[in-house]
Write a protein that binds this ligand. Structure first.
Ligand code: SF4
Length: 347
């Protein structure tokens, strides 16, 4: 790219002045003074931030790092405790991978994160993006850290006409061309900040953008039309029934099978989740125990690969369940929390 060095200098100068103050971040000034990012904190934040916003992830990050200040502390946690602490962040496979990775760092690397992208990538649950982010931010490796934000910035800077997802390799190559051995960690974070705070998906703030002079989409007059996209197929919908069985102030929960969606988590008993809606008689027939079941309506939940309509039925009764006080339901995965809350409201 023509003027690549000038573009880089403009973005890094902006980052030095405007970097977001994030709980896991070492400020540009401290980095210049020689303070290094702790790879444990970088890794933990990156795992939490997958599919989760900064404001939502921040209290979890603070609580995790207070309870488990090092990767060795985290590796020693019981699976159930970790799952409970993770509740509300969603995508529970990440929590299982988190533990597997922490334990591998302790057992295979003496409790010290490896410092190359390849070795990081070999850890359980560490994908290409997370390995690149930790390598760049914690170890100042010239790694290409490309997430949706960076793809959007590249598509606009270079007015890439190929629609996503086909454009991904092209956008990655464009991002790679902008990386040098100078401050790769700050560069990765500067791009992340630009995408999050200025080059926003719907309304890019081009008049406040440090790289607008180089931006082909801005100069073309319609930056918000990038990245080009192919029409997305609708998420499939599934249907199920959740059962809120109460015994006094306690609610019946079941432990889900270890593999699969929400594996190993405590949840409300449910029917199978399937393509066809449940009729009233079917919903009662699929209940975990015979009781006088009342229909409390339905809640909606969106998972990565499908949307779920969950009818909620409630009854008083007993049986062989994990009986949990109502006030202990806050640790449930959000889909069950929604159903339990619907019952609380309507009972
Ligand atoms: Fe994004 Fe506008 Fe900056 Fe281009 S000029 S990178 S579209 S904010």
């Amino acid at each position: 790219m023509k003027d690549r060095d000038a573009l880089r200098s403009a973005l890094l100068a902006w980052y030095d002045a405007q970097a977001r103050d994030l709980a896991w971040r070492v400020s540009p000034a401290d980095r210049r003074a020689g303070v290094r990012s702790d790879p444990y904190r970088v890794w933990l934040s990156e795992v939490m931030l997958q599919q989760t916003t900064v404001p939502h992830a921040t209290p979890y990050f603070l609580s995790f790092t207070q309870r488990w200040p090092t990767v060795s502390d985290l590796a020693a946690v019981e699976d159930g405790d970790l799952m409970a602490a993770w509740a509300g962040l969603g995508y529970y496979a990440r929590a299982r991978n988190l533990l597997a990775c922490a334990r591998a760092v302790v057992h295979d690397h003496g409790g010290v994160f490896p410092n190359t992208e390849d070795a990081l990538r070999a850890l359980p649950g560490v994908g290409a993006y997370t390995a690149a982010a930790v390598a760049a931010i914690a170890f100042d490796r010239a790694a290409n850290v490309v997430d949706g934000n960076v793809e959007r910035v590249m598509s606009r800077l270079f007015a890439v006409e190929t629609p996503l997802p086909d454009a991904k390799p092209e956008l990655k190559a464009l991002a790679a061309d902008l990386i040098t051995a100078d401050r790769p960690g700050d560069w990765a974070q500067a791009l992340m900040d630009l995408g999050a705070t200025v080059c926003k998906p719907k309304g890019p703030l081009c008049d406040r953008c440090p790289v607008s002079a180089w931006c082909a989409a801005h100069l073309g007059g319609a930056p918000e039309t990038y990245p080009r996209k192919t029409k997305k197929a609708d998420r499939p919908r599934r249907h199920g029934v959740a059962y809120v069985l109460t015994r006094g102030e306690e609610v019946a929960l079941v432990r889900r099978p270890p593999k699969g969606l929400l594996g190993g988590m405590l949840g409300l008993p449910t029917s199978d989740w399937r393509a066809a809606p449940y009729g009233d008689a079917e919903a009662v027939a699929a209940a975990p125990v015979a009781a006088v079941w009342r229909d409390l309506g339905a809640v909606e939940h969106v998972f990565t690969h499908f949307s779920l309509t969950l009818r909620v039925f409630a009854a008083e009764g007993g049986g062989d369940f994990v009986w949990t006080p109502r006030e202990g339901l806050g640790a449930l995965p959000s889909v069950f929390l929604k159903a339990a809350r619907a019952a609380e409201r309507l009972l």
